[in-house]
Ligand binder design. Structure first.
Ligand code: NAI
Length: 440
């Protein structure tokens, strides 16, 4: 069985490493962040991801999973080295490859035999070849002649359901240039292979493009229904019904057809912008994706207009904001719609009382610039007390069943902005709320 190292113990690396160890492999997770590695060794999981803690602790206990900052030993003691570091957006929209290439160089500096170097980070088309060139250059400097393969194995897990997604993927993509690498990777994913998960074997460039095309398509689908929702509001149609009926068409599917405040997160915003850049760089354009990026930016501000339009002056208003993470079941706030919507509400004079089941830690520094107008609360009802309006920004399950009888008692206002459409407009109006959804 191949011995596995995963470099970068973030959302993707930690989940991948933990589950591959659960599949029976010996896995070493490496990170430059010493605090993170020490926490993991002490059973403290640095991210909020349902189901992950048990898997990490169990496999660490049985010594199938280990954590280290020592990349040299991790490279030398393992055959398959996953790169799962961040590829944040650079100023021009492209994915910044500096962390990936730094790891590639580290691997080349320490390798002492055949290695399969697996790009799990989302990287632009051509990055696999850059990794290969970076490794070759260092090996040449070292006068070393070790064989190696680069594999593109993009990851499709969703934060919040990452464990399930990694264990039951719709497909595994393997982009490689040798049969040797493909057969090693099939050993890595033996459990999935035996479960008859579809495997797509292709070249590195195609694998890289599959990831961007998939993410951009999903982002486009969300944006499409958001724009349909905006029109629905004007013409008296109900986007919920429209989406449901559309989704019954097998060619469309109901997934990613929920109108809302715009997509966020660590993937869709940066991957759509990166695909636009990839297209431009090769003299092409993907105008649908360009339009998606622009429409998504507009959608977040439209939510502020919706709130301000209904409430009038925001100067003397206090709003209860429920949810700030980009989606439920995660503590991740990267590019969350709240990062645009909350500061804009404050700019227009509103005071905010905010509650999120997992977003406080990151939210504290992300909202440092508006801290004078923002009060963190310990639960939904504390946030709702003595406010003019409720804004549901993230559809955490605990917001789906609010006790409306309490609203009057604690002085929560009648305005209810349900930016995730988790309540039924008719019954909310019957309860006496001034209800505003998205496209309903
Ligand atoms: P992250 O920021 O959570 O984790 C990256 C980790 O890499 C950090 O812990 C950092 O300390 C570590 N790191 C950076 N440089 C290092 C180095 N030289 N050596 C060792 N460790 C190093 O990032 P995340 O979200 O896990 O994303 C990783 C990649 O996976 C990105 O390319 C992202 O686009 C992609 N991806 C992310 C998904 C997600 O839902 N978060 C889903 C699918 C793909």
């Amino acid at each position: 069985m191949p011995q596995i190292a995963v470099i970068g113990a973030g959302y993707v690396g930690l989940v991948s490493g933990a589950i591959l160890s659960d599949f029976g492999h010996n896995v070493t997770c490496v990170d430059i962040d010493e605090d993170k590695i020490n926490s993991l060794k002490n059973g403290i999981i640095p991210i909020f991801e349902p189901g992950l803690e048990r898997i990490v602790k169990n496999n660490y206990y049985y010594k199938r999973l280990d954590f280290t900052t020592d990349i040299q030993s991790a490279v030398q003691n393992n055959d398959v080295i996953f790169i799962a570091v961040g590829t944040p957006p650079a100023d021009d929209g492209s994915a910044d490859l500096q962390y990936v290439l730094a790891v590639a160089k580290d691997i080349a500096t320490h390798m002492d035999g055949y290695k399969v170097i697996v790009n799990k980070s989302t990287v632009p088309v051509g990055a696999g070849q850059k990794v290969k060139a970076a490794v070759q250059a260092i090996l040449a400097e070292r006068g070393a002649d070790y064989a190696f393969d680069v594999v593109s194995n993009p990851e499709f897990l969703r934060e919040g359901s990452a464990v399930q997604d990694f264990m039951h993927p719709d497909r595994v993509i393997l982009g490689a240039e040798s049969d040797r690498a493909i057969s090693v990777m099939k050993e890595v994913y033996r459990v999935l292979y035996l479960n008859e998960t579809p495997f797509v074997e292709t070249n590195i460039e195609t694998a890289e493009m599959i990831k961007y095309a998939s993410n951009a398509f999903l982002a486009m689908k969300i944006t499409f229904i958001n724009e349909v929702a905006n029109v629905c509001e004007k013409v008296g149609a109900d986007v919920q019904k429209v989406a449901k009926a559309m989704g019954r068409d097998g060619r469309i599917s109901p997934k990613f057809l929920h109108a809302g405040p715009g997509f966020g997160g660590s993937c869709f915003p940066k991957d759509t912008r990166a695909l636009v850049k990839i297209a431009r760089d090769c003299g092409e354009s993907i105008s649908l994706v360009e339009a998606t990026v622009a429409a998504n930016d507009r959608q977040k501000l439209k939510m502020v207009d919706k709130i301000a339009g209904a409430l009038g002056e925001l100067n003397d208003k206090t709003l209860a904001v429920l949810g700030v993470t980009f989606k439920p079941n995660t503590d991740d706030m990267r590019e969350a719609p709240s990062l645009v919507i909350l500061p804009e509400l404050v700019k227009r004079g509103a005071k905010l009382k905010v509650y999120d089941p997992a977003g406080r830690k990151e939210g504290d520094w992300r909202f440092a610039g508006i801290k004078d107008s923002l009060t963190w609360c310990g639960n939904a009802y504390e946030a709702l007390a003595h406010t003019d309006a409720t804004v549901i920004l993230t559809e955490w399950n605990e917001f789906r069943n609010l006790d409306f009888d309490k609203f009057k008692e604690i002085g929560a206002g009648a305005y209810f902005f349900d930016l995730r459409n988790i309540y039924d407009k008719k019954s909310m109006v019957e309860k006496g709320f001034k209800y505003y959804g998205v496209g309903v």
